[in-house]
Structures are given as structure tokens and as C-alpha cells.
Design a binder for this molecule. Structure first.
Ligand code: APR
Length: 309
């Protein structure tokens, strides 16, 4: 393949992303993990599926970063899940440490890559990756809005029995309870859902979207969602690799847009070969703007915890 993507963290999200990248024949894939044998084993397993799936992407697994050299895009999923007895701040600091060590290596071997951050807490991890890599802000972005809006789209499709292909949705803000789904900008074949559904049904779908991650966790019992998160990260990577210039909601560093400064937060952006090529500022009602500011405050409080360290 002409393009190369490294996926750091060969767990559920990372391995599924590697599979989707290869099967869409978008690029060669390097899978990296700290656990010996796991990235090698999963890469080999995926390579052995290639003759059946009919793709010629090369897949390699590694524990060191030499193999990632010259990647066009790096998807970072490395991290640990919250363990019993662990506070949110403990998790934040542990994953920030992992993000720091991973980003140092990634930046060393792929100084021109675009970084797609997936590890949680997402918006705070983007800050770490941006600071540690020293990359310009257009090459560091977080995967949250694509997943959150895909969940919203899936719920709208289930509600109206309409093809998911007809549905667009827009979700702004941080990746958490304070995310801001925007029904006015969510459409079915171009028709805003506010014209198709009563407000109380929309509110139910909005609530389910906000709770989307937790709903999966409570069903799986161990572990969190990974099929849709992997699909979302790969959609972002594809838009960059093919210079498609798709408009997707991503966590990016705002510097005054939406009245927010110095924070990574989810807004619609254009993704092309240069990464984040444009930040789109859409008009918000007072209520929507307030919800976005509240979400920004929640992200800020996590970033403040990191700064205290
Ligand atoms: N370097 C490389 N890999 C690491 C490191 C490290 N320093 N620390 C942990 N890992 C690896 C783990 O060994 C594991 O294989 O990261 C992988 C994480 O995989 P899972 O535990 O299966 O987690 P997953 O479901 O893939 O989620 C990854 O994405 O959606 C978010 O909240 C989720 O932060 C989590 C991340």
C-alpha cells in the first residue's frame, strides 16, 4: 500500500481498527502494544485472513516503535480501563502517563503524522498528545463526535425505521455526559428531526446518545464499546489518507472559536491530507451555546487536574 497507519494499543478498539483499515485496503498497518506477542499475534491472524477477505494490506505487529516510522496517521488507543477502587483522577493520571510515553515515541518516528486520539478521557488525552508531540494543532485530533453522532444516527434510524444512510447528526462538546447533541442540525434526507419527531422523543434519543458508552458497558459487564469506536477512528483516518475533506465532528484545539480558548473540544471540522483543515463555526441558540460552555468547563476541570501534577 502507498499509505501507512500505525495503531497503538492492540486491544479491542486497536485491533478492530486495524482490521477495518486493512479490509478497506486503505493502508499498511502497524499494530503496537506494550504486551509482548499480542500485537504480533493479532497482526499475523489478520494477515492470514487477507486471502479470504481479498486485500493486500501488509500487517505487522511490534512492541517497539521503529516499525511505525514514517506513518501518515497514528491512531492511539493505548490505555487502561478504570479498575475497582480507582478514582476518575487516578485513571486520568495513569492514562496521561501512558499517552505521554506513547506520544514521545510516535512523534520521534513519525514527525509528519496526523494523530487520532481514542484513549479516554478523550479530550484531556488530546491535550497531553498535543503538548508532548509538539505537533501543530491541525495534526492532533480526538475521536469522539463521530462515534457520538453515529450513535445518535443509529437511534434515529431505529426510531423512524429509515436507512442509516439517510441520516446525518451533529454532536458537539466533550466526550462524556456533557456532550451536546444538536437535533436542529440532525437530519433525515435533509429534513431536521425536529420536523419529524415530537420534542419528548427527541429528548429520549438525546439522553440515550449521552449514555451510549455506559449502555454498552452495562451490557458487556467487562470492557467497553469497540466496534463503533474503531469504525469512527477509521472514518477519520480515511478522510485524511484520501484527502476526502469530509466534515466530521472531532475534538480539536479551539483558539477562540465558539468563544472557547485553549481547549480540545468536539466541533465540526474538515478533515483532509493536512489533518484538520478548517473548523466550522455553526450558529448556536443560547441554550445550545450554554450547553457547549458547560461541556467545555467539564473538560477544563480534567485539564486542570493534569496541570496540578
Ligand atoms: N503502550 C502501548 N500499549 C499499551 C500501553 C502502552 N504504554 N499501555 C496499555 N497498552 C495497551 C494494553 O496492553 C491494551 O492491549 O492498550 C490496549 C488497550 O486495549 P483494551 O484494554 O482492550 O481497551 P479498548 O477497549 O481497546 O479501549 C482503548 O479506547 O475507547 C477508549 O476508553 C477506551 O481508553 C480506552 C481505549
Amino acid at each position: 500500500m502507498v499509505k501507512k497507519v500505525s495503531v497503538i494499543g492492540a486491544g479491542n478498539v486497536g485491533a478492530t481498527a486495524a482490521q477495518r483499515l486493512a479490509e478497506k485496503e486503505l493502508c499498511d498497518v502497524v499494530l503496537v502494544d506494550i504486551v509482548e506477542g499480542v500485537p504480533q499475534g493479532k497482526a499475523l491472524d489478520l494477515a492470514e485472513a487477507a486471502p479470504i477477505e481479498k486485500h493486500d494490506a501488509h500487517l505487522v505487529g511490534a512492541n517497539a516503535y521503529e516499525a511505525t516510522a514514517g506513518s501518515d496517521v497514528v491512531i492511539i488507543t493505548a490505555g487502561i480501563p478504570r479498575k475497582p477502587g480507582m478514582s476518575r483522577d487516578d485513571l486520568l493520571n495513569t492514562n496521561a502517563g501512558i499517552m505521554k510515553s506513547v506520544t514521545e515515541q510516535v512523534a520521534k518516528y513519525s514527525p509528519d503524522a496526523c494523530l487520532i486520539i481514542v484513549s479516554n478521557p478523550l479530550d484531556a488525552m488530546c491535550h497531553v498528545a498535543h503538548e508532548v508531540s509538539g505537533f501543530p494543532k491541525n495534526r492532533v485530533m480526538g475521536m469522539a463526535g463521530v462515534l457520538d453522532s453515529a450513535r445518535f444516527r443509529a437511534f434515529i434510524s431505529m426510531e423512524l425505521s429509515v436507512s442509516v444512510e439517510n441520516i446525518h447528526a451533529c454532536v458537539l462538546g466533550g466526550h462524556g455526559d456533557t456532550m451536546v447533541p444538536l437535533p436542529r442540525y440532525s437530519t433525515v434526507a435533509g429534513i431536521p428531526i425536529t420536523e419529524l419527531l415530537p420534542p419528548e422523543r427527541i429528548e429520549e434519543l438525546v439522553k440515550r446518545t449521552r449514555n451510549g458508552g455506559a449502555e454498552i458497558v452495562s451490557l458487556l459487564k467487562t470492557g467497553s464499546a469497540y466496534y463503533a469506536p474503531a469504525s469512527a477512528a477509521v472514518e477519520m483516518a480515511e478522510s485524511i489518507l484520501k484527502d476526502k475533506k469530509k466534515i466530521l465532528p472531532c475534538a480539536v484545539l479551539l483558539e477562540g472559536e465558539y468563544g472557547i480558548k485553549g481547549l480540545f473540544i468536539g466541533v465540526p471540522v474538515k478533515l483532509g491530507k493536512n489533518g484538520v483543515e478548517e473548523i466550522l463555526e455553526i450558529a448556536l441558540t443560547n441554550e445550545e451555546d450554554e450547553a457547549l460552555k458547560k461541556s467545555a468547563a467539564a473538560v477544563q476541570s480534567l485539564v486542570d487536574v493534569l496541570k496540578k501534577k
